[in-house]
Write a protein that binds this ligand. Structure first.
Ligand code: GDP
Ligand code: MG
Length: 312
């Protein structure tokens, strides 16, 4: 039996190894994905994003426990660019989520972001696909929502939950427009703190301005993740969003857009590699760059020359 067979037989060790292969962009990973892909598309993928310290891990922990009570199996992918650890362990997350690891049906993987900025969203999507093929019912992707790469990561999710907290700098303008657009559900966590009401009304106003007449009005839920307050309501909101996605055809639309983007990104990467290899082999790369340095040629012209030669 090989790793895919073992994994599909339910081996958690094989699952962990398969994920490592994807993470390390192992040569065999593509062959593995070919066999796993037909088994994907069943899991519900939930993105949890927001500023550091907002309570995303605590919230994910509580949501996972709640869903376990409904008999669902869970995978958690924690992506944190602030993690200083190579290979990806986020110490805080590991410790806090340790309790969950005791539950056989919850699989947690922390992913480092070092040295893989561009490919990170694709890797995260692939790790989610592996968990999906393994048979996890619900997959959480926790990511620090600060920049474009995090927004890209969250695109792998069916439902995106944006977690905010009162008092993170008084100014709601600090909340980037990008994060308002990706939120299907907004959570004001640490609602036990002062300023939750004000954040709520400010957020309501921004969402009204932002949404025009969308079929789905992103709800705002208040939670205290550390005590579990509001988790039930959040689970209900996620359920409603899934129902909306299915009924409206939006799930299908999102997933086909995702498939298209995945394919485009993969092709861009491999065409790029192919061209760089060719030009390196020809030994003319350096001289072309030198001609740019001398301002004899501009980068557009050079790129065009290379492309037309390669595509002949
Ligand atoms: N007061 C309060 N603290 C919370 C709440 N939720 C999480 N915390 C605490 O906030 C800190 C950061 O939480 P964590 O889940 O690691 O945040 P993350 O960085 O977004 O994943 C931890 O010390 C949590 O115990 C909450 O609702 N209220
Ligand atoms: Mg966290």
């Amino acid at each position: 039996m090989d790793i895919v067979d073992e994994m599909l037989n339910g081996s958690k060790r094989a699952l962990a190894r398969a994920i490592t292969m994807v993470e390390n962009e192992c040569h065999d990973a593509a062959g593995m994905m070919r066999r796993l892909y037909p088994r994907t598309g069943r899991a519900q993928v939930i993105g949890i994003t927001g500023p550091p310290g907002a309570g995303k891990s605590t919230l994910t922990d509580k949501l996972a426990k709640r869903l376990r009570q409904q008999g669902k199996t869970i995978g958690i992918i924690a992506v944190d660019p602030t993690s200083p650890f190579s290979g990806g362990a986020i110490l805080g997350d590991r410790i806090r989520m340790n309790e969950l690891i005791l539950d056989e049906e919850i699989f947690i993987r922390s992913m480092g972001t070092r040295g893989s900025l561009g490919g990170l969203s694709r890797k995260t999507a692939d790790v989610a696909a592996v968990l999906d093929a393994f048979g996890k019912d619900v997959i959480f992707i926790e990511t620090v929502g600060v920049g474009q790469s995090e927004v890209d990561i969250v695109k792998a999710a069916d439902t995106t939950v944006v977690v905010l907290v009162p008092g993170l700098g008084d100014d709601i303008q600090a909340i980037k427009a990008g994060i308002l657009e990706i939120g299907d559900i907004f959570v004001i966590n640490k609602a036990d703190r002062e300023g939750a009401e004000r954040l709520n009304s400010e957020l309501e106003m921004m969402l009204v301005l932002n949404q025009g007449n969308l079929a789905w009005q992103p709800p705002i839920k208040k939670t205290v993740a550390s005590s579990g307050n509001g988790i039930e309501e959040l689970v209900d909101a996620i359920d409603s969003h899934v129902k909306y996605l299915t009924k409206s055809g939006e799930l299908h639309r999102r997933r086909s857009l995702r498939a298209k983007n995945e394919l485009l990104a993969l092709m861009e990467a491999s065409v790029g590699r192919y061209i760089v290899n060719r030009i390196n082999q020809s030994g003319r790369f350096e001289s072309m760059i030198a001609s740019m340095e001398r301002r004899e040629k501009d980068p557009y012209t050079v790129a065009n020359i290379i492309l037309s030669e390669c595509l002949k």
